[in-house]
Design a protein around this ligand. Structure first.
Ligand SMILES: *Cc1c(COP(=O)(O)O)cnc(C)c1O
Length: 845
């Protein structure tokens, strides 16, 4: 060790850069296995080998992470903090091996243990710290930020229990807690010395400072400690390693003083539980808020800890002068969940650093940016004012002040319009007044973005039209994307290899170049290879479906897949009606032109979502009837895959022929599952909704199966909606409804599906299932026709992959950086630049 300055003692070795090189990986693995973990034989379970390998790779990540952070700090880089209550990361091992280019070294090291990366990787538990699309988007964004060498840090919560595990009992969903940390999480590094204190409860007082200025002070609080755990996020072959900082709640050291002194030891320890509850569990509601106090605590806990972290780093480096703060920082809010950060930054600047309001507001509104993820009214977060008053009294005062000043602006724009005052107020009046979190986010941000072209247009025209009138320049679109590393290179190695043989491997870091595949769309030899790869991937899914569902899928049949959260707007029900229709045809002997299919559905329902759970039960009952009918076996197999998660999707999307994206138009903000399937060569049957529209534009209408009402037609259709008539007039739908109502799928469970039948028949069905049935069936017939001509299908499949370039999250993140964040990429070291260049020029063709 060498003494550098008064307080800091730098360990040698560091300064010379990472001491770790290729030759040592095998030794490091052995060292971690024998010494870090204290094992001497592998045995049945690969768990310890997985842990040893993770630690070996983490060493390499830590070294690079330090260098990345040093560059950010030394060069005083502007950076983005991506605040999200969810990060649906999945497994880390395969992705790290890919991004660090360690495949050969790891394979050779594992040979000594008589195993493979694939086998060892199976021991890793998914990090399921998210519900679905929104959380997975955050994970894809982190991969893209690191791969584009952008200084971005993710901030989230280290839930003790992630997304619940789903199993089935008699076709019903059962939820089990996801104790994902039980066997340890080898990727993370705790930094308890950087813990922050987050305030709850207490009250607010005024005081006058030495300059005679009046201030507010939030005191008498029950503080909770936020302890950071850092997860390294490697870029693709660029030696950049960013950080995902996840906060865990703990009791403060003095939590128990008063109780101890009163002799109540047990009560004191119980108090500790209260603090630790905050990060105990992820709320399993996708696209619906539920107003629970603990959830608000989570939101404030994340927002406060993260803002404090950034501000304390600032003060450490620049002192208490904030005049340049906004030039160095952006906070991107992933939906309204962390929107309380707007008020928290104001509190810290005004109360803790005594900035005047206008100055603080200028800084806040130049650093906050908000992404909206949904138009569904049930998802728009509101919090009761009394709850805020109790839990976060000072934050409530600040929100009131923001609102008062905002309403003055509204009055200027719409003079004398009391209605505008009421409808735009951050506080919704009523028996219990509510805080509208989306409005707080919009008012406090300099950028508001939607996640697909249609979604952004609907935000501007509908939900937020007054805000758009006030601030047209705040609004912008950033169509979602997914990372081609995980969702093609890693999850589909056979197709990746084939693609690389043809166009080189540049596509992995520059996904726009995937368009070069178009040259091969008519190449007979390439078709054969493409089909062989799909078959191989289908076999992997056959094995998974057999193991998890005990249903026999057949690689010779079309694989028709809908996997996503179960929600009425996503219309899994419409898919089931098509399955019942096919079954009805089979039973009638109407099998001409019927293309044999395997239909796979999967997804979790929020535990309190009654209809979604009914739909799961219906899928399972239909599957049971179809699968045991020998008449159906040659034409139709149906399975519900339990516990759909990131790892399952890595087997599913490479094997899919037909991707079902059938939401009611105007309801799916973007979708990202649709993009994963497209990249892997699936064709889409879908509505003009979310990013489906952009997918169809990119690949061409001839290579997409379109159906259903359009968003602009929905209101009109609803005004004269009569599903009973539609059922009467369409014999296919009539037959399907008869089968459903006759109890064919619930022989021993009478009236089980009455609510589903009634929902379809209701003139108020918001999802218009009966309306879109006819055009859906027609589109499915087109699918069959196309699939019958395998050459044509293969051409369309190739064209879909070739046109998926714009759906890389690298494109999305480049646009965030260009338009919102204004970041400059970090410098990649010379050796890595050369490596990247040689990769780029290695391409044959
Ligand atoms: C991609 C993904 C989603 C999002 O799917 P959508 O079809 O866009 O709703 C949800 N869950 C998992 C596990 C995913 O990988």
């Amino acid at each position: 060790m060498s003494k550098q300055d008064e307080n800091v003692c730098v360990v040698k070795g560091w300064q010379e850069g990472p001491v770790i090189d290729e030759s040592t990986l095998k030794d490091d693995l052995t060292r971690h296995f024998y010494y870090s973990l204290g094992r001497d034989k592998v045995g049945e379970s690969q768990l310890y080998l997985y842990h040893a390998l993770a630690l070996t790779i983490r060493d390499r990540l830590v070294a690079r992470c330090r260098e990345t952070n040093q560059q950010i700090k030394q060069e005083k880089r502007r950076k983005t903090a991506y605040l999200s209550l969810e990060f649906l990361m999945g497994r880390a091992l395969g992705n790290a091996v890919l991004n660090l280019d360690l495949d050969e070294q790891v394979s050779s090291a594992l040979q000594e243990y008589c195993t493979s990366i694939e086998t060892v990787a199976e021991a890793e538990h998914d990090a399921g710290l998210g519900n679905g699309g929104l959380g997975r988007l955050a994970a894809c964004f982190l991969d893209s930020c690191a791969s584009l060498a952008l200084p971005v840090v993710g901030y989230g919560i280290r839930y003790e229990y992630g997304m619940f595990n789903q199993s089935l009992k008699n076709g019903h969903q059962i939820e089990q807690p996801d104790n994902w940390l039980r066997e340890g999480h080898p990727w993370e590094l705790a930094a308890p010395e950087q813990a922050k204190r987050v305030k709850f409860f207490g009250h607010v007082q005024s005081y006058t400072d030495k300059h005679g200025r009046e201030h507010r002070q939030w005191i008498g609080c029950q503080d909770v400690l936020a302890v950071p755990y850092d997860v390294p996020i490697p870029g693709y072959k660029n030696d950049i390693v960013n950080t995902l900082r996840l906060w865990k709640s703990e009791a403060t050291d003095e939590f128990n003083l008063t109780e101890f002194n009163a002799g109540s030891y047990s009560e004191a320890v119980a108090q500790k539980n209260l603090a630790e509850q905050i990060t105990m569990v992820l709320y399993p509601n996708d696209s619906s808020e539920n107003g629970k106090e603990l959830r608000l605590r989570q939101q404030y806990f994340l927002s406060s800890a993260s803002i404090q972290d950034i501000v304390s780093q600032w003060v450490e480096q620049y002192g208490e002068d904030f005049s340049d703060f906004a030039n160095h920082h952006v906070f991107q809010l992933n939906d309204t969940h962390p929107s309380i950060a707007v008020a928290e930054l104001m509190r810290i600047l005004v109360d803790d650093y005594e900035l005047d309001w206008d100055n603080a507001w200028q800084i806040t509104t130049s650093t906050m940016a908000y992404t909206n993820h949904t138009l569904l009214p049930e998802a728009l977060e509101k919090w009761s004012v009394p709850l805020f008053a109790k839990l976060l009294p000072r934050i409530l005062e600040i929100i009131y002040e923001i609102n008062a000043r905002f309403l003055a602006q509204v009055a200027q724009h719409w003079p004398g319009d009391a209605n505008k005052q009421r409808t735009l107020s951050l506080i919704e009046e009523g028996d219990v007044p509510q805080i509208r979190m989306a409005y707080l986010a919009i008012v406090g941000s300099y950028s508001v973005n939607g996640v697909a072209a249609l979604h952004t247009q609907l935000l501007k025209e509908g939900l937020f039209k007054e805000f758009y009138a006030l601030w047209p320049n705040k609004f912008n679109n950033k169509t979602n994307g997914v990372t081609p590393r995980r969702w093609l290179a890693h999850c589909n190695p056979a197709l990746s290899q084939l693609i690389t043989e043809k166009i080189g491997d540049k596509w992995i870091s520059d996904f726009a170049t995937i368009s070069q595949l178009r040259r091969y769309y008519d190449d007979k030899n390439f078709h054969t290879q493409w089909q062989a790869v799909k078959r191989e991937n289908k076999q992997r899914l056959v094995d998974l479906v057999k193991a998890r569902c005990d249903v026999d899928f057949d690689v010779n049949m079309m694989f028709d897949v809908q996997v996503k959260r179960i929600h009425e707007y996503k219309r899994q029900l419409l898919n089931v009606l098509h399955v019942i229709h096919l079954y009805d045809r089979i039973r009638r002997g109407d099998t001409q032109n019927l293309v044999p299919r395997c239909v796979l559905l999967g997804g979790k329902a929020a535990p309190g979502y009654y209809m979604a759970k009914k739909i799961i039960k219906l899928i399972n009952n239909v599957a049971e009837v179809v699968n045991k009918d020998p008449l159906a076996a040659p034409y139709l197999r149906v399975a519900f895959l339990p516990n759909y998660n990131v790892t399952a999707m890595e087997t599913i999307c490479p094997a899919t022929d037909l991707s079902e994206q059938v939401s009611t138009a105007g309801k799916e903000a973007s979708g990202t599952g649709n993009m994963k399937f497209m990249m892997n060569g699936a064709l889409t049957i879908g509505t003009l909704d979310g990013a489906n529209i952009e997918i169809r534009d990119a690949v061409g209408a001839d290579n997409f199966f379109l159906f259903g009402a359009q968003a602009h037609e929905i209101d009109d259709i609803k005004s004269r909606y009569n599903p009973t008539n539609l059922i009467e007039q369409n014999s296919d739908l009539k037959n399907v409804m008869q089968l459903l109502e006759s109890g064919q799928f619930n022989l021993f469970e009478p009236s089980l599906f009455d609510d589903i039948v009634n929902a379809i028949k209701s003139p108020h069905d918001p999802w218009l299932v009966a309306h879109d049935f006819e055009s859906y069936i027609k589109a499915q017939k087109q699918v069959e026709l196309a699939y019958t001509d395998q050459t044509h299908w293969t051409q369309m499949s190739i064209l879909n992959t070739a046109a998926s370039g714009i759906f890389s999250s690298d494109r999305t993140i480049s646009q965030y950086s260009e338009d919102i964040w204004h970041l400059t990429p970090l410098t990649i070291s010379e050796t890595d630049l050369q490596a990247t260049k040689s990769h780029a020029t290695k391409s044959t063709d």
